[in-house]
Ligand binder design. Structure first.
Ligand code: AMP
Length: 355
C-alpha cells in the first residue's frame, strides 16, 4: 500500500467541467494541487486548478507529459477513450480503477456485473438489430426504453417505446450504435447513494438523496429521502457491496429505483455525482473532499448529515435567478463560471438548508 499523498502532491484530473472544478477546490483545501486535462477551451476547472493541459485524448505526447507531472490520476466523467487510459496507466495510477470505469462505460457490462453480485436491475436485452429488438420486446414487453450501451448521459441516447410500433423509430434514434432494451420500471421514487472507499477498504456512505428529473436532467435532490430507516440502511449496504466487489477507490454514485418489490439499480457512476452536491452544505466533509481523501489514501471524512438540504440545479436560463437567490436565507449558491448560457447546460446549483 502506498503512503497517503503529502502536501504539495499533484492529482491529475481528466475532464475540466464543474465536477473537475469542485474536485480541484476540495484538493486545494487539503493542500494538494490539481492538473486538469481537457480538450475544450476555457473549461470551468481552469479557474481553480494549479495547471491545465488543453489537448485531445488521442494526443499521446500530451497524455504522457500530463501523466509524468502528477502523482495519480482521477476523472470527472466516464467516457474517456481506453487508448488514453492505457497511455496514462503505464506512468501513473488511475483511481477509481479501470475495471470500475470499464463496467460503468457500457450499460450491458454494467447490468451483467450488477446481476452477478446479486443485485436486481430492470429486465434488459442486448440489441444489435431489428430482429433482436423484436425478440426483446416480445420477452420484456412495453413500455420500455432503448438506451445506447455507451456514451449516454442526462437522458441522452435514449428512446422510449410505448408499444412495439415504436420499435423502428427507436432503432433509428440509436443510429447503429449498440444498445440495450430496458423494461420500464414503475418506481415510487428515485434515490441515489454517494459512497466512498479508500485503499485501506474503509467505506463511508452519505444518506440517500431523493432525485427528481426534468427533461431527463436531474432537477432536485432532497435529503433525507422519504424512505423508512430500514430501507435507508439497505441502500447503504447495497452500495458498499458494489464498492467492495470492484475493489473500488474513490467516490461512486449509485442510482436506485425504489419499488414495492425492493430496489432496482439503474446505474452506477464511478465519480462524484450531481446528486451528491447537497453534501457541500449538509455535511462536514462533502463528496468532493471525500473523493480526494479516498484516492489520496487518507482516512475518510465524516459524511454524516448535519442539515436537511434540497439541492436544485440551475439549468440554462435558471442562472438568471441568481440575484434573487443571493438574497434568500439559507440558500448556498454554487456557480460553475460558465460564460455562455445554453439551454440544458448545467450552470450551477443551489443548496437550500431546510429549517
Ligand atoms: P439514465 O440515463 O439511465 O439514468 O436515465 C435517466 C432517467 O430516465 C432516470 O433517472 C429515470 O428517471 C428514467 N429512466 C431510465 N431508465 C428507466 C427505466 N428502466 N424505467 C423507468 N424510468 C427510467
Amino acid at each position: 500500500m502506498t503512503d497517503p499523498l503529502p502536501t504539495g502532491a499533484t492529482i491529475g484530473i481528466l475532464g475540466g467541467g464543474q465536477l473537475g472544478r469542485m474536485l480541484s477546490v476540495a484538493a486545494a483545501r487539503l493542500g494538494l494541487r490539481t492538473h486538469v486535462y481537457e480538450p475544450g477551451q476555457n473549461p470551468p476547472a481552469a479557474d481553480v486548478a494549479h495547471r491545465v493541459t488543453t489537448a485531445s485524448y488521442d494526443d499521446v505526447e500530451a497524455l504522457t507529459a500530463f501523466a509524468k507531472s502528477v502523482d495519480l490520476v482521477t476523472y470527472e466523467f466516464e467516457n474517456i477513450p481506453t487508448s488514453a487510459l492505457d497511455v496514462i496507466e503505464a506512468i501513473a495510477p488511475i483511481h477509481p480503477n479501470r475495471r470500475a470505469l470499464g463496467t460503468s462505460q457500457d450499460r450491458l457490462v454494467e447490468k451483467n456485473f450488477l446481476q452477478q453480485i446479486g443485485l436486481t436491475v430492470a429486465p434488459f436485452a442486448d440489441i444489435t438489430d431489428a430482429a433482436s429488438l423484436d425478440a426483446a420486446i416480445a420477452r420484456i414487453g412495453t413500455p420500455a426504453i432503448l438506451k445506447t450501451r455507451r456514451f449516454g448521459y442526462d437522458g441522452k441516447g435514449q428512446s422510449r417505446l410505448s408499444s412495439a410500433d415504436d420499435a423502428p423509430a427507436a432503432l433509428d434514434d440509436m443510429a447503429g450504435a449498440p444498445a440495450v432494451l430496458e423494461g420500464f420500471v414503475d418506481f415510487s421514487i428515485e434515490i441515489s447513494i454517494i459512497a466512498a472507499r479508500n485503499p485501506q477498504g474503509e467505506i463511508a456512505c452519505y444518506d440517500p438523496g431523493q432525485n427528481v428529473h426534468k427533461d431527463g436532467i436531474l432537477h432536485t435532490t432532497t435529503v433525507p429521502a422519504t424512505l423508512p430507516p430500514r430501507l435507508r440502511t439497505d441502500a447503504v449496504l447495497l452500495a458498499a457491496n458494489i464498492l467492495n466487489a470492484l475493489d473500488y477507490v474513490g467516490v461512486m454514485g449509485v442510482e436506485l429505483f425504489v419499488t414495492p418489490q425492493g430496489f432496482i439499480v439503474n446505474e452506477i457512476a464511478p465519480r462524484v455525482h450531481n446528486s451528491g452536491h447537497w453534501t457541500q452544505n449538509g455535511c462536514a466533509v462533502d463528496q468532493f473532499e471525500q473523493h480526494i481523501r479516498a484516492i489520496a489514501g487518507w482516512p475518510l471524512g465524516d459524511g454524516s448529515r448535519h442539515s436537511d438540504v434540497v439541492m436544485e440545479n440551475l439549468i440554462g436560463d435558471d442562472v438568471a435567478q441568481v440575484p434573487t437567490l443571493a438574497r434568500e436565507p439559507g440558500c448556498a449558491i454554487h456557480l460553475y463560471g460558465k460564460v455562455e448560457t445554453k439551454a440544458g447546460r448545467k450552470m450551477g446549483h443551489v443548496n437550500r438548508i431546510q429549517k
